[in-house]
Every structure is written in structure tokens, then in C-alpha cells.
Design a protein around this ligand. Sequence first.
Ligand code: 5GP
Length: 120
Amino acid sequence: MAYDSDNIFAKILRGEIPNNTVFEDDEVLAFHDIAPQAPVHVLVIPKGEYVSADDFVRDAPADVVGRFFARVGEVARSLGLADDGYRLIANTGAHGGQEVPHFHMHICGGQQLGRMLPKG
Ligand code: 5GP
């Protein structure tokens, strides 16, 4: 799937849409989800153009992938989530329920989050 530079996170990265930033460096932006599904719900995205987790781990250089996941951990820790724990989610593609076609990792926490998936 080709990268769509009109997706909402691309617009956030270009500064065309505001966001509530938690962390930013040359490669990564972390910001609060606009419709939080947990007391803490932050999105971490690479600044590079990767459609999904599949795309990111396949096409991004290994050092970029490594630094991305290191930043995810640092952001979670900075949000005070490390001691009690948290959930990382990367919805991927149609079956994964991915809505925004720019790879992002959800960090959710702040309470016991219950079942990983609905029963079904
Ligand atoms: P997905 O379903 O693709 O894994 O998650 C997309 C997430 O992006 C959703 O949790 C949704 O609330 C969030 N989102 C969609 N549009 C915006 C926006 O304009 N700003 C922010 N901060 N989050 C957004």
C-alpha cells in the first residue's frame, strides 16, 4: 500500500493540525490521542513515511526501528506508567482495525485495562 501523505498524522507532522505533544525528536513524535480510550492514551509515530507496523519493521533501517521502540519505552516511563504497567497496541491493516495509515503505537495505561481482546 502506497503512503498517503494526506493522512491525519502526516498533517500533524507538517504542523497543519495541532496536537498535544508529549515528546519530540528528529525521528519520533508522541502526542495525546484525541479520543482517549484509557486514562493515559498516547500515540507514538515515526516521522518517516511508513503505512503500518508491517511496513515499518520491513522497510525502516534497524537502528531507526530500535530507536523508535526505545523512545516508546521512554515516553511510557515519563508518563509514570512503568511501575504499574501499560499496554502497547499497533493496529495493523484491515483485520487489525487500523484507521490512520501512518504507523503508530498506542500507549494505554493509568488503570487495569482488562481483557486484551473482546470475547468472541
Ligand atoms: P488506529 O485505529 O489507526 O490504530 O488509531 C488511530 C487513532 O488516532 C485513534 O485512537 C484516534 O482517536 C486517533 N486520532 C484520529 N485523529 C486524530 C487527530 O486528529 N489527533 C489525535 N491526537 N489523534 C487522532
